[in-house]
Design a protein around this ligand. Sequence first.
Ligand code: ADP
Ligand code: ZN
Ligand code: ZN
Length: 731
Amino acid sequence: MSVPPVLKIALPVPLYRYFEYLAPVEPAFEVIRVGVRVRVPFGGRTLVGVVAAKSRNTQLPLHKLKTVLEVLDAEPVFDSELQQLLRWTADYYQQPPGEVFSAALPALLRKNRPAASASGMVYQACASHSAVQLLKRAPKQRKAFELILEHPEGLDAENMGASMTRWRPAVQALVNKGLVRRAPYEQVLPKTPHARAQPLTLNPEQQHAYELVRRNLHKFGKYLLAGVTGSGKTEVYLALAREVIDQGRQVLILVPEIGLTPQLVHRIESRLNVPVARMHSSLTSGERVRAWQQARSGKAQIVVGTRSAIFSSFTDLGLIVVDEEHDASFKQQEGLLYSARDLAVYRAKQLSVPVVLGSATPSLESQHNVNLGHYRRIELRQRAKHAEVPQVKLIDLRSRPVVDGLSSELVQAIRTELLLNHQILLFLNRRGYAPVLLCHDCAWTAECPRCNTHMVFYKNQNILKCHHCRKQEQAPAACPQCNSSKILFLGEGTQRIEDRLRKIFPDTSLIRIDRDSTRGKNSLQDKLDDVRKGKYQIIIGTQMLTKGHDFPNVTLVGILNVDHGLLSSDFRATEHLGQLIVQVSGRAGRSLHKGKVLLQTHQPEHPLLNCLLAHGYRKFSEEVLRQRKNFGLPPYSYMLLIRARAHEQDLTHRFLRDIKTSVQQNDSSGLDMYGPIPANLERRAGMYHSLLVVISTSRSAMRKRWTEYIVQHPLAKRVRWAIEVDPFETG
Ligand code: ADP
Ligand code: ZN
Ligand code: ZN
């Protein structure tokens, strides 16, 4: 009896397996390629999945198999290497393979459309700017035409809609007049920026770094480019990219968050005269699929993207760069949990190309890999522009007068720099006015009813907001418990600092940059531009300002409070604090003037803090590594978390305890299991969060089928759970 042809398909459902379907009559089984998308019936719906394997046998009874409804592509959407990467990702991170495959596709391709036409139609100008004259009496058409002129690469309907209301009649009129045409996107080339900037001559350290990698471009190599802030790491990436492009190959540059680093993208574009595809979360779905196609077709020689760009297809990828490799944003925190940095290393190995991880503050994992001889460390010790890396000075806050979070010493230093007409950057990682509202008479505090946390007070609007859920309410005029009107605001957020400084320096231009003040689309970018242009003298900001921004005129950086990081229970807290201090400090004195950094703390004797300031980040990281080793924590062991959340606290605990017991009864050799323990913030948005922490020195002991233990449990359907391999935080 002939065995029917079977396709194994990765479907976007939260199940940890592939699904078998009978191949359709058309096209013939032989011509269906692994990696193409198909449409299949699934539980009363139809889903789009990807063919992961073809087979001539099945364990299932034939009558149980359904037939594929349609094969959507002739060419695979993932080549065989990318499929292997995706399978490995699913396996290593214990994620459902179909969800990994699906997450790797641009959203439009997850739907039922052929890849070739998914990118749709775009509008392009077919007349020059002088035609604007003809549109004097039609302002709407004129606006639309100017918009389209600004985008020689073409604008799609989604883009038009985002920039103009009721644009369709105007654009149709332009098409009728022959000024604009509607074309399939494939006929349009990606944008090639004009190379406006000349390459810089590399200094000896940069040259050395460049040569080391360049000599080994044709093989797998892992490099940690550890260069102090402002040492010119980007110049090294650019020089290497130039070399790779000249060989006709492509380059992938992963960056933390494009919105936060517009300058880097701009620098790449203005230096390398080749088509660049950008991939990040604020693209429209049309833009995303086009960027994907440009990378896959080889039309884009450079792809600059955030973490998910690691799953792009390329024709010939020759180099991977991960800028700011220590950054938390490379680790996906929800949904599909993976580390783009670690996948970058895997992918480079697959393709036999170098991967360059760059940072002024390398992650302890990468430093550990250097110590083990797995990565080659290349150092840039000097700043590129004859400026020195600033010294950090501690201000002991204990028993000192501190008003609204500002010590008099810091205020005095600000005053001095203002007189010299320099810029000052003040860093505080807390938004709002005050984190706690307290009744002086009965000690009532404003807590979020849905989370175990205080609600943050916003003075201007007189409201309370929870930063963990969307809860927002009017601030009470009197204590809801005892009716006293003596309500105190405890602690400081950026708005309180802003208020205070406006009082002390009423004639100084001042700007606050945090998530509350940068909601609009280009708002952050505009604010950063204004800062660079010198429009503001004092800049108050949060974490947003730590990443790679170059403000040449900033001479004083004030770090207002780091005590929270010193006291946190998360095992990575000290590492992150050290990185933060070095990165924020790195914003000072980046050009002509010498920089100064003042750090306020209640713990001036903290040994790790002192080690960092006295001996620098490398010594600090070795010290923190030693502590991790003593405690058997990563990178000296592997860690896996099982997270659970539910509306009842008891459920998550019972669920995790049972899983722990059943693993222990079966096979827990080589594993240490802790918990269930409540998460850092146990109650969030009305749900209770708990976790089970698994630690092992053996990767293979760890790689058991955790999901099988989990899905068998009767509570698995009532509790939301997730497995996190190599977690970034244990909170
Ligand atoms: P990093 O990425 O290490 O923080 P950048 O690449 O941003 O450093 O360089 C810091 C500054 O130094 C930038 O303004 C850059 O233009 C300048 N720079 C870098 N390399 C050189 C060089 N070889 N000659 C002159 N200026 C340089
Ligand atoms: Zn009270
Ligand atoms: Zn809340």
